[in-house]
Design a protein around this ligand. Structure first.
Ligand SMILES: [Zn+2]
Length: 148
C-alpha cells in the first residue's frame, strides 16, 4: 500500500512539474483524485462481493460436510444391520428339496449345514459376506467329463 501511495504522489508531482498553468494543474489534479476514488470504490465493492461469494462457498461447504456426515451415519447403520458381528440370521433355500429355513450365523461361519427337512448336507461358500450354497457335485461332474 505504501508503494502505491508513493507512486500516486509521484504522478501528482509529475503533473505539477509539467503543467505551468496553475488553473489547469489544479483541475487535472482534482480529476486524478476523483478517478482514484472511483477506482478505490470499485476495488472496495469487488472485495466485498468476493467476500460474500467466499462466505457463501464456505456455507455451502459446511452444508455439504453435514450431508456427507449424515450419509456416513446412515451407511454405518446399514452396515451394522448387514454385518452385525454378534450373529445374524441367514435365510437358506435347500438345493435338494427347496425347503426354506433360517440359519444363525455367529462369529464362525460354517462350511456346511444339514437341511432340517431332507437331512442332506448343504455346502456353504462364504464370499464377501454373502454365501452361495450348492449341491455336492459328485454325480454331475463324472457325466460331463466323459463328453470331452
Ligand atoms: Zn432339504
Amino acid at each position: 500500500m505504501a508503494e502505491l501511495s508513493s507512486k500516486y504522489t509521484k504522478i501528482l508531482s509529475d503533473i505539477e512539474a509539467h503543467i505551468s498553468n496553475s488553473e489547469e494543474r489544479e483541475y487535472v489534479s482534482k480529476k486524478i483524485a476523483e478517478l482514484s476514488s472511483i477506482y478505490l470504490e470499485l476495488l472496495d465493492r469487488s472485495t466485498k462481493i468476493n467476500c460474500i461469494k467466499i462466505n457463501k462457498i464456505e456455507q455451502d461447504q459446511e452444508k455439504l460436510v453435514e450431508k456427507v456426515t449424515k450419509i456416513q451415519e446412515t451407511v454405518n447403520l446399514i452396515q451394522n444391520d448387514i454385518y452385525e458381528y454378534d450373529g445374524y440370521d441367514f435365510e437358506i433355500v435347500c438345493p435338494y428339496c427347496n425347503h426354506e429355513f433360517v440359519m444363525e450365523v455367529n462369529d464362525e461361519k460354517k462350511n456346511e449345514i444339514k437341511c432340517p427337512e431332507c437331512h442332506n448336507m448343504i455346502e456353504l461358500e462364504w464370499e464377501d459376506n454373502e454365501n452361495v450354497f450348492r449341491k455336492e457335485q459328485e454325480d454331475q461332474n463324472s457325466d460331463e467329463d466323459d463328453d470331452f
